[in-house]
Write a protein that binds this ligand. Structure first.
Ligand code: ZN
Length: 119
Protein backbone atom coordinates (compact mmCIF):
# COMPACT_ATOMS: atom_id res chain seq x y z
CA UNK A 1 0.00 0.00 0.00
CA UNK A 2 1.41 3.41 -0.91
CA UNK A 3 2.14 5.90 1.83
CA UNK A 4 -0.98 7.52 3.22
CA UNK A 5 0.76 10.89 3.47
CA UNK A 6 -1.36 12.74 0.98
CA UNK A 7 -0.08 16.19 0.27
CA UNK A 8 -1.45 18.82 -2.06
CA UNK A 9 1.69 20.80 -2.49
CA UNK A 10 4.16 19.65 -5.17
CA UNK A 11 7.17 21.09 -3.35
CA UNK A 12 6.28 19.15 -0.22
CA UNK A 13 5.76 15.97 -2.22
CA UNK A 14 9.14 16.43 -3.92
CA UNK A 15 10.75 16.82 -0.51
CA UNK A 16 9.11 13.62 0.76
CA UNK A 17 10.37 11.74 -2.30
CA UNK A 18 13.86 13.18 -1.81
CA UNK A 19 14.01 12.25 1.87
CA UNK A 20 12.14 8.93 1.77
CA UNK A 21 13.04 7.51 -1.67
CA UNK A 22 10.70 5.18 -3.57
CA UNK A 23 10.01 1.52 -4.25
CA UNK A 24 9.27 -0.19 -7.54
CA UNK A 25 6.55 -2.81 -7.78
CA UNK A 26 9.06 -5.37 -6.46
CA UNK A 27 8.70 -3.47 -3.17
CA UNK A 28 11.96 -4.70 -1.62
CA UNK A 29 14.47 -1.89 -2.06
CA UNK A 30 14.41 1.87 -1.64
CA UNK A 31 15.57 3.69 -4.76
CA UNK A 32 16.46 7.29 -5.53
CA UNK A 33 14.80 8.99 -8.51
CA UNK A 34 15.27 12.21 -10.37
CA UNK A 35 12.14 13.00 -12.31
CA UNK A 36 11.35 15.38 -15.14
CA UNK A 37 8.85 18.18 -14.66
CA UNK A 38 6.43 16.20 -16.80
CA UNK A 39 6.73 13.17 -14.53
CA UNK A 40 6.19 15.29 -11.42
CA UNK A 41 3.09 16.75 -13.05
CA UNK A 42 1.73 13.25 -13.71
CA UNK A 43 2.38 11.92 -10.22
CA UNK A 44 -0.59 12.15 -7.90
CA UNK A 45 1.00 12.49 -4.43
CA UNK A 46 0.62 9.30 -2.40
CA UNK A 47 -0.23 7.21 -5.48
CA UNK A 48 1.81 5.26 -8.01
CA UNK A 49 3.70 6.99 -10.77
CA UNK A 50 3.37 4.73 -13.78
CA UNK A 51 6.57 4.32 -15.73
CA UNK A 52 8.82 3.56 -17.26
CA UNK A 53 10.71 5.46 -14.59
CA UNK A 54 14.49 5.63 -14.70
CA UNK A 55 15.98 5.08 -11.23
CA UNK A 56 19.27 6.69 -10.24
CA UNK A 57 20.99 3.27 -10.21
CA UNK A 58 20.21 2.89 -13.91
CA UNK A 59 17.38 0.39 -13.56
CA UNK A 60 14.01 1.15 -15.10
CA UNK A 61 10.86 0.64 -13.02
CA UNK A 62 7.38 0.04 -14.42
CA UNK A 63 6.03 2.15 -11.61
CA UNK A 64 7.16 3.77 -8.37
CA UNK A 65 5.60 4.96 -5.15
CA UNK A 66 6.66 6.14 -1.73
CA UNK A 67 6.12 3.13 0.54
CA UNK A 68 4.49 3.09 3.96
CA UNK A 69 6.41 3.66 7.15
CA UNK A 70 7.41 0.02 7.82
CA UNK A 71 9.21 -0.17 4.48
CA UNK A 72 10.68 3.29 4.92
CA UNK A 73 12.16 2.19 8.26
CA UNK A 74 13.38 -1.27 7.28
CA UNK A 75 13.98 -1.80 3.57
CA UNK A 76 17.56 -1.63 2.32
CA UNK A 77 18.63 1.31 0.21
CA UNK A 78 19.67 0.30 -3.29
CA UNK A 79 23.47 0.18 -3.37
CA UNK A 80 23.52 1.44 -6.98
CA UNK A 81 21.41 4.45 -6.08
CA UNK A 82 23.53 5.11 -2.97
CA UNK A 83 26.65 5.08 -5.13
CA UNK A 84 25.05 7.30 -7.78
CA UNK A 85 23.93 10.00 -5.38
CA UNK A 86 26.60 9.71 -2.68
CA UNK A 87 24.80 8.12 0.25
CA UNK A 88 26.18 5.29 2.38
CA UNK A 89 24.42 1.95 1.81
CA UNK A 90 22.19 0.80 4.65
CA UNK A 91 18.63 0.31 5.75
CA UNK A 92 15.73 2.71 5.70
CA UNK A 93 14.89 6.00 4.04
CA UNK A 94 17.69 8.58 4.12
CA UNK A 95 15.51 10.63 6.45
CA UNK A 96 15.66 7.74 8.94
CA UNK A 97 19.42 7.18 8.78
CA UNK A 98 21.76 9.30 10.90
CA UNK A 99 24.51 9.16 8.26
CA UNK A 100 22.15 10.27 5.51
CA UNK A 101 20.54 12.95 7.64
CA UNK A 102 23.92 14.64 7.89
CA UNK A 103 24.20 14.60 4.08
CA UNK A 104 20.69 15.99 3.74
CA UNK A 105 21.51 18.75 6.20
CA UNK A 106 18.90 17.54 8.70
CA UNK A 107 19.27 17.55 12.48
CA UNK A 108 20.89 14.35 13.77
CA UNK A 109 18.02 12.99 15.80
CA UNK A 110 14.30 12.63 15.28
CA UNK A 111 12.37 11.43 12.29
CA UNK A 112 10.96 14.78 11.27
CA UNK A 113 12.36 17.03 8.61
CA UNK A 114 12.25 20.32 10.46
CA UNK A 115 9.34 22.57 9.75
CA UNK A 116 7.65 20.02 7.48
CA UNK A 117 5.73 17.24 9.20
CA UNK A 118 5.27 13.94 7.48
CA UNK A 119 2.73 12.41 9.79
ZN1 ZN B 1 18.34 1.90 -7.27
Amino acid sequence: MPAPDIVDDLAEWQMIVKFDWVVSRAWNTLHHVQLSDGQWAQWEPGDWLTGPVRLSCGRTAAGICVPGVITRMGAPRCTGCCRAVGYPPGKGSPKNSADCRAILGLPESGLGIGSATLN
